[in-house]
Design a protein around this ligand. Sequence first.
Ligand code: KIV
Ligand code: ZN
Length: 556
Amino acid sequence: MFYNFDHRKYCYLDMFPKIKKRNWTNKKINKAPIWVSEDLRDGNQSIIEPMNVEQKKNLWTLLINIGIKEIMVGFPSACKADFDFVRWLIRNKQIPEDVTIAVLVQARKHLIKRTFESLIGINKAIIHFYNSTSPIQRDRVFKTNKEGIISIAAEGANYILEETKKYPEVSWILEYTPESFSSTEIDFSLNICEVVLEIWGQNIKTLNKVILNLPTTVDIAGPHVYADQIEFFCKNISKRDKVIISIHTHNDRGSAVSAAELAILAGAERVEGTLLGNGERTGNMDLITFAMNLYSQGVDPKIDLSCPEDLIKIVASCTKIPIHPRHPWIGELVYTAFSGSHQDAIRKSLKKQKTNEIWKVAYLPIDPQDLGRNYKSVVRLNSQSGKSGMAFLLERDYKIKLPRWMMIELAPLVQKESDKNMLELSSSDVYQILKNNFFLENPFNLFKYIFNITKTSFKIYINNINKIIYLKNKNIKDKNIILKFLTNWNLHSMKLRKIYIQKINNYYIAFINIIINEKQLSGIAIDIDKFSVFLKSILSAINKYYLLARSYFLSG
Ligand code: KIV
Ligand code: ZN
């Protein structure tokens, strides 16, 4: 059955730099890198239906609004929609002063020429060109050796240089990507980048630094390996101060964000990625996740993610790819705890959290309110939740603080209901279960009560028939009071085990636990009068007893 599943088909590619002493392991990210959105290019190229100009405009506006300052807008030489979009941006003066657009092109003369044409009228732009460098690409795709690959890059760099000279009024920023960098021998990557730098460095009349973008075009090793490659590259490239090291990671191994983070530790300064990680195969690096990782560690991410709902809506409508409910940081279920122990820990931590102190809440790495989410979605109940979850919901939505013994009685009833329907329960479901099982008003319903003179007994009117409840002691909170309840001609003794009366706004809620004929029973009542609530809760427990032992009462 698993005939084709054979690991011997693959091997560890042992071509990574051998670093004896690495520095990135001891570093910490303390400022945001330069964020570059690839949504309108890598993201757009990898969706079933590429975006139309209207969708591109929506995404563009979103990127500007959240504060991305470098935006790759497309492949104008290869695609008419991209060409038209670049023209629209320039003609309609859509590019804010502090935003720079980038365009991608292969290392081919006519494509480079066309790309520059798409940019006529612009003040500043990044021309990004690339060619593949890895052994697989050299041997199997381009069928050429290292020299052949270097001459492709050199020609591309020269063509670009020629074109920039035609538009001297523009502030050009030049970017080169040795595509498949992470699968390429590090010496060769350094070598080819030096050739490109040499061409641009000697001739270009610009103060702008050159960008060297080092991608995991396909991620084939762990993020630590990539970090070693970046550190080695940064340490060995000449004119390090004249170049910006950029990274561009893909998510084949599920570690695009980790690889990018470690690469920043290793010396990179600029990160190309997409919103929510859309991109070829398993996607590009998710800018949101990386930015939120920084934010959660007290680093200003320099992009505004306070309204993720708008972002999710726009990205999903442009890419036709819905966001996973557990997407890091902003998925719908991220701030929802289902497990009882998590709910308990969250409830306890939230109670202790003070307004101006550093956030310290178990299971919630950030305050959901920062993202416009609120605590209402923090706790939901299903059959996996425990006592604390339901107690949390009742307290949060009804202000009812269940005493522990009541929690213990209620929990199995909630559990049973949840198991029965296999559904999540809301706070109103829990309240209904509490009401149905403990707020019992039949058959004995308090009509009115009168204290006797000594205040050691109540004469109560139930369904208009007099009954008497005796208190041995005046204090209704005294657990030693003996209650006697006269039904017809029988006097039932009741022992009060537990009582808890809570005031909520201008009414009381009483929880009571009594023993009648050796049976423990709980009742709850709500009333604006403290004595009524007490008597009603007793009657509620008696009603329960009555329901359980109807025949006993009937015979009584
Ligand atoms: O993944 C990649 O290598 C790319 C380059 C063209 C930048 O998208
Ligand atoms: Zn890519």
